[in-house]
Design a protein around this ligand. Structure first.
Ligand SMILES: [Zn+2]
Length: 235
């Protein structure tokens, strides 16, 4: 019986890699300098490189169930997602962080219907989206709204990372909330000024709207107020 996976590895090395060899060599010699941290759901139908037209060296990537962001809290123990966020911001100094949820998300669905028996880590992980759950019947519309609310929730939690907050306030980093509708092939971007998610075809920007540099002269923290207002508007 042929080993299909092994065949694919050989095909990559023999046929694909030669065409990209110079690019990979340059990325080795000069190191990686991705401008974007992409936090996406693990769902196999979400393909960040296709969505964004990017390739090797462009995206520093975190994939996990439902594209969640854990709190910046060392007491939570080992955390790959938190570690990767710190590395991306402090070491790679990315200029953008995208949080990308999507339609028909199994993780969001599990917030209403539960996950598989015995998945104890998954059950705990899903708590990171609990605040996004709506007190209604989980209709397709409610699930979609929950998927979008969950994205905004993760953006808020990202701002709890001191290095993220500092970079955003200094104008070195922008945060982008995306919801990818698989069946339409279109990303809806979170736009705080329009009070919700806007299809990319009608959006004015890729989601950088609310994250203007923090101006102490304004007093307080308008960023959170704006997001909270839009969060209500989005739902
Ligand atoms: Zn998902």
């Amino acid at each position: 019986m042929p080993d299909e996976l092994l065949e694919r590895l050989r095909r990559f090395h023999d046929q694909t890699f030669p065409g990209a060899q110079a690019q990979f060599h340059a990325l080795v010699e000069q190191g990686q300098h991705p401008g974007t941290l992409f936090i996406g759901c693990s769902d196999s139908r979400l393909v960040p490189y296709l969505l964004t037209g990017t390739g090797p060296g462009d995206l520093f990537m975190i994939r996990n169930v439902a594209a969640f962001v854990p709190p910046h809290d060392l007491s939570a123990g080992f955390h790959g997602t938190a570690a990767a966020i710190e590395y991306a911001v402090l070491q790679l100094q990315v200029q953008r962080i995208i949080v990308c949820g999507h339609s028909h998300c199994g993780g969001i669905r599990a917030l209403y219907f539960g996950g598989p028996a015995g998945a104890l880590n998954l059950a705990r992980w899903l708590e990171l989206g609990r605040e996004a759950v709506l007190p209604v019947q989980p209709t397709p519309e409610a699930l979609r709204r929950t998927e979008q609310r969950a994205v905004v929730l993760q953006l808020e939690r990202l701002m709890g990372y001191p290095m993220v907050r500092e970079a955003v306030d200094a104008g070195r980093l922008t945060l982008h909330g995306w919801h990818y509708v698989i069946e339409d092939g279109e990303v809806h971007v979170f736009d705080v000024r329009q009070g919700g998610f806007v299809p990319a075809s009608r959006a004015e920007h890729a989601g950088t709207g609310p994250y203007a540099p923090f101006d102490p002269a304004d007093g307080g923290t308008p960023l959170f107020n704006e997001i909270d207002a839009a969060y209500q508007g989005a739902c």
